[in-house]
Design a protein around this ligand. Structure first.
Ligand code: ATP
Ligand code: MG
Length: 761
């Protein structure tokens, strides 16, 4: 079916336009009917099916299908859908739309490996955590020929391709928690695009960007063995005939991540590429880079985890090298890349020794120091100096400050992180050059956004703060599109439509973005104060933001934000430090004086990214490098660039759901799924679309499509008169449709009977 078949959908509970609240818990008219089944919430929070045995007063005795008998509040029972609706492929078809029915329907399908389900315009994908037989050429062919229409990434990609060929920009917004399957889903969409739009050969290059970006940008975390530590937008361009002509990748990264280069928790790993290099480099490369086994590098050693079950790092390294060949990174550049990786690893092994009685330190001239100097192409002495001193400007005087152990370690780690961050950016740039869209742009493209989903943990820090801010922005895009545009369309067409109420999150975005008194501005301001601490930052927030309804100051260093997906409490510990870009200008200067090309390029890039380009001698003034962008501001800039690309594109929404936290197949945890459905707006979409008029057609199209079914001729042949006559002939109930100025609007499930008749005539 097309998802709107009358024969399966029972009539809606009476819904007039003013009756817009299709409440989840509206059971009053159904409770008490013994023959029906009801959903009953167990003390565990899970829902179970049962039948009412008796009702007295406000309480009912319910016999659960699984055996137990329970006394519950009658009001809390929710009616179950008839069996015939079990496992429908679009949640909109459910007669009773409430949390347990949605949860059950998804679970029913998941149990049969039907991991895709539509929720109106949104595709819900549940991670199977195992190989499911849904992909490959046969399936691609089936969706291309439209011989199947069950929900699938291929199906929505196919729709997108057709839209795009008609001339336009389309994009996929893939969202979900860590481990929910965003990256895999994005790859599945790319696979379909490559199959249908291939031919020029550039599609192979595009597909090969995945193993490269995953090697350099993904790491094993406690939640996902292949977790993307960056957000990505890939824009794939097409010719007029629908052939891929090029692509462009844009990334969005918080460069202070917990599982970043220099810091990893027990059982997690740093970026895959480090382990791949250590395991897979040829003997010649090993010798050239003075490579050791991964467990000899301090940065990799701290988490005590070197391998991933089922993954051969050496083999992956060969695949990455091959992919680099394919995207035209030449051998010499590849070697420079590997040298930078080795330099990062060796930086971690540099140690320090106290040189005076004021605890000032100097780097020990050992294998670490000499290897780093060799790999980046600088003097050992220069490198030593960069780790033991810092140039300062005090008043009009330039002075040289000596570093203590912790300052020296910070300087070293900041250099390692920055080298890696620059390397990643440089690599993306090289890939983009290789994939570059020719001069002749056709204005036809499909973009895929794979970005961190909303996060809410027991303890939330700076990273969650940035990620949730980004999601708040994306959510607005989602809202605006699905709800606002929908509503505007009704109003524009003169439909009697009591406004659809949707949560607009502009207040929350203002809380973040307002200048000078918003979360980001205040954070940046406090980060530049030499005496600013996490506590003074928290106090400042409370002082200035308490009047904002989305903000709540909490005890001590904490504050809470009311996000669209729920309230999150942030602990400001470490906020300022993480927000400051710790790389000192001395280090940039060191890189710019290196003899190897990459460090020089990195130094230039770092300087051009500063707010004010620095010229002349690099001296710092004040406590922090005030010229440099803060981490949060840089992230916001990348996010805005990304959002700009999405302007004027038609979105398609994919919501990835993780059915359990164990990365295990055949395990569906209701509570966990429910929370994600709420966070990514699926429940809201179902509710709103269902209470509106999701099917619409212009008068002309309607008259053309069904006019021939008319049994009696109509006096006037204008499309509107013909349309109205059709509606009457087919007895479409007045509350099931509305006639707009240009279009007809139908409630879910109304077109089915017309289509059936048409197909059998
Ligand atoms: P993160 O935010 O951490 O990057 P993610 O949402 O990108 O997470 P993925 O890396 O795409 O998550 O998926 C995690 C794992 O789940 C994959 O490595 C794979 O094992 C499994 N997985 C995801 N989607 C599918 C699928 N369609 N079929 C089979 N396995 C899948
Ligand atoms: Mg990912």
């Amino acid at each position: 079916g097309d998802g709107y078949l009358d024969s399966v959908t029972s009539p809606l509970p009476a819904l007039s336009p003013s009756h817009r609240e299709c409440r989840w818990s509206d059971t009053s008219s159904y409770a008490g009917k013994k023959k029906l089944q009801y959903w009953c919430q167990l003390p565990s929070g899970n829902w179970a099916l049962g039948k009412i045995l008796s009702t007295s007063g406000a309480e009912s005795v319910i016999s659960l299908n699984e055996g137990n008998v329970l006394k519950v509040n009658t009001e809390s029972l929710l009616p179950a859908n008839p069996d015939i609706l079990d496992g429908v492929d679009n949640l909109m078809q459910l007669s009773y739309l409430h949390e347990p029915s949605v949860l059950f329907n998804l679970q029913y399908r998941y149990n049969q490996d039907m991991i895709y389900t539509k929720a109106g315009p949104v595709l819900v994908a549940i991670n199977p955590f195992k190989k499911v037989p849904l992909y490959g050429n046969d399936y691609i062919e089936a969706y291309r020929r439209k011989s199947t229409d069950s929900p699938h990434v291929y199906a929505i990609t196919d729709t997108a391709i057709r839209e795009m060929i008609r001339g336009g920009l389309t994009f996929f917004d893939v969202v979900g928690e860590s481990g929910a399957g965003k990256t895999e889903t994005a790859k599945i969409a790319m696979q379909y695009l490559a199959a249908l739009g291939g031919g020029s050969g550039i599609e192979y290059e595009i597909l090969k960007t995945n193993p490269i970006l995953e090697a350099f940008g993904n790491a094993k975390t406690s939640r996902n063995d292949n977790s993307s530590r960056f957000g990505k937008l890939i824009e794939i361009h097409f010719s007029e005939t629908g052939k891929i002509s090029g692509a462009k990748i844009q990334t969005c990264k918080i460069t202070c991540f917990y599982c970043e280069v220099v810091q990893c928790a027990e059982g997690e790993r740093s970026y895959h590429i480090f382990y791949q290099l250590c395991a897979g480099a040829t003997p010649a490369l090993r010798e050239k880079l003075n490579l050791k086994h991964a467990n000899e590098y301090k940065y990799l050693k701290q988490s005590n985890c070197y391998s991933i079950a089922g993954v051969d790092d050496a083999e992956r390294f060969r695949m990455v090298m091959e992919a680099l060949d394919i995207v035209h990174v030449n051998k010499q550049d590849q070697e420079s890349v590997f040298a930078m990786l080795a330099a990062v690893l060796w930086l971690g092994n540099i140690s320090f020794t106290v040189v005076d009685n004021e605890n000032h330190v100097e780097a020990v001239e050992d294998e670490g120091l000499t290897t780093v100097a060799k790999l980046i192409g600088c003097d050992v002495e220069e490198l030593k100096l960069a780790f033991s001193t810092r140039k300062m400007k005090v008043g009009n005087d330039n002075i040289v400050q000596k570093l203590t152990l912790s300052q020296a370690i910070d300087t070293r780690d900041a250099l390692a992180k920055s080298l890696y961050a620059c390397l990643f950016e440089w690599l993306v740039e090289q890939i983009n050059k290789s994939l570059e869209v020719g001069k002749r742009r056709t204005g036809r493209s499909i973009s895929i956004l794979d970005i961190y989903g909303f996060e809410s943990f027991e303890r939330n820090s700076f990273e969650q703060f940035c990620i949730n801010y980004a999601n708040e922005r994306l959510q607005q895009h989602f809202n605006r599109h699905l709800f606002k545009l929908e509503q505007e369309e009704y109003i524009q067409d003169g439909i009697d439509w009591a406004k659809v109420e949707f949560e607009d999150n502009q207040d929350c975005l203002n809380l973040f973005e307002k200048k000078p008194l918003g979360l980001l501005s205040l954070l940046d301001e406090e980060s530049t104060f030499p005496n600013g601490t996490d506590m003074t930052f928290a106090n400042k927030l409370k002082q200035h933001l308490n009047s904002n309804s989305c903000f709540r100051g909490d005890r001590g260093k904490a504050f809470s934000v009311c996000h669209y997906a729920g309230e999150v409490t942030y602990d400001t510990s470490g906020f300022l430090e993480k927000n400051r870009d710790l790389l000192h200008l001395d280090s940039i200067q060191l890189l710019s004086s290196c003899k190897c090309p990459l460090p020089q390029i990195f130094a230039v890039n770092m300087l051009t990214q500063s707010e004010k380009p620095v010229v002349g001698p690099l001296y710092r003034s004040g406590g922090a490098d005030s010229q440099k962008l803060s981490v949060a501001t840089k992230f916001k800039g990348q996010l805005f660039q990304l959002m700009q690309r999405l302007e004027n594109t038609t979105p398609h929404f994919i919501r990835c759901i993780k059915p359990n936290n164990l990365q295990r197949p055949e395990t569906y945890e209701q509570g966990l799924v429910l929370q994600q459905l709420r966070c990514c707006g699926v429940l809201e979409v179902v509710r709103i679309s269902r209470s509106g008029y999701p099917t619409r057609m212009s008068h002309q199209k309607f008259a053309r499509r069904y006019g021939f079914l008319l049994l009696e001729s109509v006096a006037s042949q204008d499309p509107l008169s013909v349309s109205v006559a059709i509606l009457h002939q087919f007895n479409i109930l007045p509350e099931m449709y509305q006639v707009g100025y240009t279009k007809l609007f139908f409630r879910t499930g109304q077109i089915g009977v017309l289509e059936d008749t048409r197909n059998h005539t």
